[in-house]
Structure formats: structure tokens, C-alpha cells
Design a binder for this molecule. Structure first.
Ligand SMILES: [Zn+2]
Length: 252
């Protein structure tokens, strides 16, 4: 029975990962991602069902289109594998139930946000709206964090970003700020602080690395979305542990 559940989780998460690929590819181009069959990004040949099996099709076709033989990016495969990894993590954390579905969808959305931000340096408003919608569902299903804490959460990091933008022009994009507003409702103010600190700290480490390696200068913009998303994900699952750790350190 347990094995069957693992197989179901695999299939479900790989399919959602495949849909995440569709979103990543089509959303920045303004293409319809609900209607319209998948096609080869190189020759635009409509894919058959046998060419759309998540993870396996890419392996069986050795990463090439069956029609034009051009390479299909390994990124599609990696996104699907990561999706299954995230799915198994959510499954081991929550078991199979509403907690699994909501946390998996939130993490998948943050994965899509991260990749689109990496490619285009923008976060589409539609994704932030979906995150806010998922946060409301999460609140209805698991009201462990109060409404007041969530409403305060919407402003703690986003307001800080707006203030920082006044001093250093365009440090954060509008998409980053909206992301932290939606995440604030999801996490409540305490865990939003953890997410913001983790996100900004990891982005700073990455920026310093680029500066040291001379791959960037002080004017280079780096996408914040992936770092903020990582912070949100970690805090979503382990936020309270970080807060406890911090409080213990302060007491000593
Ligand atoms: Zn092709």
C-alpha cells in the first residue's frame, strides 16, 4: 500500500513538474498555458502523448526532439526531477493529505517564480496572485497562524524593501516586493522575517561571490526571486526552529 502511495506521489509530482515547465516556457511569452498542446521549442512540432511522459520521455529520447533531432534542454528534465524531490519531501513532512497538496503546490509555484526570475529578471504578477490565493487556502485549512499575524506579515519585509529602494534605487523589483507581500500572508510576520533574512543573506553571499570572481560589478542586478523563494520555502517548513534557535542565542 505504502509503495503504491510512493508511486502515486511520483506520477502526480512529475506531471505537475511537467506543467511547471509549460508555465516557465509560455508565461513570459504571454502564450496560453492551459489550452494548446505541447510542442518542440525548436521545430514547433506538436508532441505526441508518448513524447510528453514526464522525466522518462527526455531519457528515452536522449534529450533530443524525435522530429528535428535538435537538443531539448536538460532544464526540462531537471525541473521535473526537482518537482518529484519536492513532492517526496512534502509527503515525508505531512503524509498524504491536504498539507501535502498545499505545501507541494506552494513550493512548485516558488520554483516557477525562481526560474522565470532567473531567465527574465521579472516575476509575473499572476504568479504572486496565485501564491496569495494558495496562502488563503493554507490559512483556511490550517489556521495555526492568526489572521492578524498574517496581515502584519504582509508588510514586514515588503515595507523594508520599499524603504531600502528609497536609499538605493531599484534594489528590489516590484515583483520581489509583491512576492514578500503574498509570502507574508502565508507565513505570518515571524516566519516572514526568517524568510526575508534567509533570502537577503543568501543573495548577499551569492553577490559577494560574483564580485570576488569579478563576474559582476556593483551595478549588476541579480534576480532576488530565487533567493527569496528559497527563504520562503525553508521558513515555511522550519521557520519556528530558526526562531527558537535565534531566541536561544539571544538569551545566552
Ligand atoms: Zn523538434
Amino acid at each position: 500500500m505504502k509503495v503504491m502511495l510512493y508511486i502515486y506521489v511520483f506520477i502526480f509530482c512529475a506531471c505537475i513538474g511537467s506543467f511547471a515547465n509549460v508555465l516557465i516556457y509560455r508565461l513570459p511569452k504571454g502564450e496560453n498555458f492551459i489550452i494548446g498542446r505541447s510542442y518542440c521549442p525548436k521545430c514547433h512540432h506538436t508532441l505526441k502523448m508518448s513524447e510528453m511522459i514526464p522525466i522518462f520521455s527526455w531519457i528515452l529520447l536522449k534529450g533530443r526532439c524525435r522530429w528535428c533531432r535538435q537538443k531539448i534542454s536538460i532544464a526540462y528534465f531537471i525541473i521535473e526531477v526537482i518537482s518529484v524531490g519536492i513532492g517526496y519531501f512534502c509527503f515525508s513532512y505531512h503524509g498524504f493529505g491536504s498539507g501535502f497538496f498545499i505545501s507541494f503546490f506552494i513550493c512548485e509555484l516558488l520554483l516557477v517564480v525562481s526560474v522565470i526570475d532567473l531567465i527574465t529578471m521579472t516575476i509575473p504578477d499572476s504568479l504572486n496572485i496565485i501564491l496569495a490565493f494558495l496562502a488563503i487556502i493554507a490559512y483556511c485549512l490550517h489556521p495555526d497562524i492568526s489572521l492578524i499575524e498574517r496581515l502584519i506579515g504582509m508588510s514586514v519585509i515588503s515595507l523594508l524593501m520599499i524603504v531600502l529602494n528609497l536609499f538605493v534605487m531599484d534594489s528590489f523589483g516590484g515583483g520581489d516586493i509583491k512576492l514578500m507581500i503574498a509570502a507574508g500572508f502565508l507565513l505570518g510576520w515571524q516566519k516572514t522575517l526568517v524568510a526575508g533574512v534567509l533570502g537577503i543573506m543568501s543573495a548577499s553571499v551569492y553577490a559577494s561571490y560574483l564580485l570576488v570572481k569579478k563576474k559582476a560589478n556593483r551595478k549588476t542586478h541579480i534576480p532576488f526571486g530565487p533567493f527569496l523563494s528559497l527563504g520562503i520555502m525553508i521558513s515555511f517548513f522550519y521557520g519556528w526552529q530558526f526562531i527558537d534557535m535565534y531566541l536561544m542565542l539571544v538569551k545566552v
